[in-house]
Design a binder for this molecule. Structure first.
Ligand code: HEM
Length: 154
C-alpha cells in the first residue's frame, strides 16, 4: 500500500501541472484554433486524473483512512471530527467532482463547437477543477491533516 500512497501523492503534482498547462493554453490561444496539441494535452490530464482516482479508491476502501472510519464511528461522529470528516467525506467527494469536471471538459472539447467556445469552456471548467483540487488536497500546512509535499523524498 505504501507505494500506492507514494504514487497517489506524486501524481497530484502531475495533475496540477497538466491543469495549469491546459488553462494557460486555453488563455493564450483563446483566439486561435483548437489544435491536435490541445487535444493531446487534455488527454494527458484525463489519464493522470483517472489513474489517481483509481488509486484513491483502492486506498479509500482497503486502507486505514476513509471507509474504515465508518466501521468504528457513526456518521454523526465523523462529521463532528475535522480529520475524520476530511478523509471519509471531503477528500473523496471533492476529488470525484473535480475529475468529473475534467472528464466533462474533455467531452465538451470533442463536440462540434466553434474553437473559441471550446477554449472558453475549457478555461472555465479546468479553472473550477483546479480550485476544487487545491481545496481538497491534505496540504502539509493543514492542521490535523498535514501530508508531506513529496512523500518518500524527505
Ligand atoms: C484525483 C485527484 C486526487 C488527488 C490530486 C489526490 C491527492 C491526494 C494527496 C496529495 C494525498 C496525500 C498523500 C500523502 O499522504 O502523501 C491523498 C491521500 C489520500 N487520498 Fe487522494 N487524491 C485524489 C483522489 C482521491 C480519491 C477519488 C480518493 C477516494 C476514492 C482518494 C483517497 C485518498 C486516501 C484514502 C488518502 C489517504 C491514504 C493514507 O494516508 O492512507 N483520493 N490524496
Amino acid at each position: 500500500m505504501e507505494w500506492i500512497l507514494g504514487l497517489h501523492s506524486l501524481l497530484r503534482w502531475l495533475i496540477l501541472i497538466f491543469l495549469i498547462i491546459n488553462i494557460f493554453r486555453s488563455m493564450v490561444e483563446a483566439d486561435a484554433s483548437y489544435t491536435p496539441a490541445d487535444i493531446k494535452w487534455n488527454l494527458r490530464l484525463l489519464i493522470v486524473a483517472h489513474t489517481n482516482l483509481l488509486l484513491g479508491f483502492v486506498q479509500y476502501f482497503f486502507g486505514s483512512k476513509g471507509f474504515a472510519y465508518f466501521k468504528d464511528n457513526s456518521f454523526g461522529d465523523i462529521m463532528k471530527n475535522a480529520a475524520l470528516r476530511f478523509w471519509a467525506v471531503e477528500h473523496i467527494t471533492g476529488m470525484i467532482i473535480a475529475v468529473a469536471i475534467i472528464t466533462i471538459s474533455r467531452g465538451v472539447t470533442k463536440k462540434d463547437l466553434p474553437d473559441l467556445v471550446k477554449h472558453k469552456r475549457q478555461l472555465l471548467l479546468y479553472s473550477l477543477a483546479l480550485l476544487i483540487i487545491i481545496a481538497s488536497i491534505p496540504w502539509p500546512f493543514r492542521t490535523g491533516l498535514g501530508s508531506p509535499w513529496f512523500r518518500g523524498l524527505y
